[in-house]
Design a binder for this molecule. Structure first.
Ligand code: GDP
Ligand code: IMO
Ligand code: MG
Length: 436
């Protein structure tokens, strides 16, 4: 049995899609367990560059099951568009490949409008959300007012819930958020059409996953966003509205923690962030620009330029503790090939005193200054490296320094966006020895 969780260690966009796609070869089922179409996971295979927002990144293998678990918030319009686009590219031909939990909550049109209107009202104090309605959908879930995927298949139940929601939301939209309300009939009609197309995919996915595990199949759990966007443990309030840490895989897929065998964290060799919030190693200079250009750091969901900075070890140490990580996948090493010297932040200073760890108060973290160690760069192209010994000595030193500072093994080094541009040092699905 090997059931592995893949988690982002930073603020999202670490390259989880690439790593999940790569490891799907060794798994039978890939499960998304939280978030929604705020995620944008890029997979580059052959001629195709595919950005997945809701469907797990295992979708490009015809024989692997993809599950959208109960912890995900599903925008049915986006999901159906994604299925259509994958099918146009020749993937996802078999309806059996996808399963959606009947307990997953639906993103409704009013969620999107509330999300955008609230951000507008907040002005300077905005979170910088993706505007996809994620926060408002999770709010309804926790308030016990949400509408779930399973509700789509009983017209009376769906209509009643929709009307009750709009009775509360329309006045709020019109009065507090100075926007337009919704006509229940228009939403009802649209969602019944989605229901007709989605019904074939809907199931009790917790039962399915349990059965698969009992049959000895390997499951890959695909995290969305990153540890520091977690609603409990992240840089609150500049976070998303779900638990992005590994514990969320159990609640969001409906399995127990004893079934998990490994948790792998994905981190870039540097740091990025989209949206607002503290970012101690952010580079607002030419170096940040070079990273953004070389790393093509523009949001996969909204196209916004990503803020860029040096690698932040305190953030990674937090991620290791919060997720119980057993290994790191270090991505985008090739992007740093430009620099004479590279900085790694090893701790922070707050008002001239060294901090232990990452302060949990966001206003304190905002004032923290990074303490750097500077190491020589390798000034070389890495994209052709396939084994650890193919890397230039200074690039190997960088990886080893990350291992030392985090006290965690780097099991994979990614040197390009393509599936094959990878050095797999230990395969978590294979209990054999290290490969290189
Ligand atoms: P995710 O949200 O964590 O799946 O990450 P995104 O797909 O949003 O962003 C990561 C970006 O980096 C994507 O465009 C990937 O194709 C790309 N990428 C992943 N790994 C590497 C790598 O090792 N080198 C380079 N140059 N690009 C990479
Ligand atoms: P993946 O899975 C990077 C950020 C938004 C914003 C905050 C809240 O591709 O790594 P939300 O719309 O979730 O309410 O926005 O979270 N955010 C992400 N940043 N990658 C993501 O997903 C993100 N999903 C949300 O930019 O700062
Ligand atoms: Mg992304």
């Amino acid at each position: 049995m090997a059931n592995i969780i893949i988690i982002g260690m930073q603020w999202g966009d670490e390259g989880k899609g690439k790593i999940v796609d790569l490891l799907t070869e060794f798994a039978h089922v890939v499960v998304r367990f939280q978030g929604g179409n705020n995620a944008g996971h890029t997979v580059v295979v052959g001629q195709h560059r595919v950005i997945l927002h809701l469907i797990p990144s295992g979708a490009l293998y015809p024989d692997k099951k993809c599950v959208i678990g109960n912890g995900v918030v599903v925008d049915p319009q986006v999901l159906l568009r994604e299925i259509d686009e994958l099918q146009k590219l020749g993937y996802f031909k078999d309806d059996e490949q996808l399963m959606i939990s009947e307990n997953a909550h639906l993103i409704m049109p009013y969620h999107r409008r509330i999300d955008v209107a609230r951000e507008r009202m907040k002005g300077e104090g905005k979170i910088g959300t993706t505007g996809r309605g994620i926060g408002p959908a999770y709010e309804d879930k926790i308030a016990r007012e949400g509408i779930r995927v399973g509700d789509l298949f009983d017209e009376t139940v769906f209509r009643k819930k929709l009307e009750a929601n709009l009775a509360a939301k329309n006045p709020c939209l019109e009065t507090c958020l100075r926007d337009k309300g919704f006509d229940p009939e228009a939403i009802f009609k649209g969602y019944m059409e989605y229901a007709g197309r989605l019904i074939k995919y809907v199931a009790n996915t917790s039962v399915f996953i349990d059965r698969e595990i009992k049959q000895g199949r390997h499951i890959l759990f695909e995290g969305a966003q990153g540890t520091h966007l977690d609603v409990d443990h992240g840089t609150y309030p500049f976070v998303t509205s779900s638990n992005t840490v590994a514990g969320g895989a159990c609640t969001g897929a409906g399995i127990g923690p004893t079934k998990i065998t490994e948790v792998i964290g994905v981190s870039k060799a540097y740091t990025t962030r989209v949206g607002e919030g503290p970012f101690p190693t952010e580079l607002k200079d030419e170096v940040g620009e070079i990273i953004r250009e070389r790393g093509r750091e523009f949001g996969a969901t909204t196209g916004r330029p990503r803020r860029c900075g040096w690698l932040d070890i305190p953030l990674l140490r937090e991620a290791i503790r919060l997720n119980g990580l057993t290994g790191i996948a270090l991505t985008k090493m090739d992007v740093l090939g430009e620099f004479e010297t590279i900085k790694i932040c090893t701790s922070y200073k707050y008002r001239n005193k060294r901090c232990e760890g990452v302060p949990s108060q966001t206003h304190v973290l905002k004032e923290c200054e990074p303490v750097y160690e500077e190491i020589p760069g390798w000034k070389a192209e890495l994209r052709n490296a396939r084994n650890f010994h193919d890397l230039p000595p200074k690039a190997k030193d960088y990886v080893r320094r990350v291992e030392e500072l985090t006290d965690t093994e780097v099991i994979l080094v990614s040197v390009g966006e393509r599936r094959e541009e990878t050095i797999l040092r230990r395969n978590p699905f294979n209990l054999g020895p290290r490969l290189s």
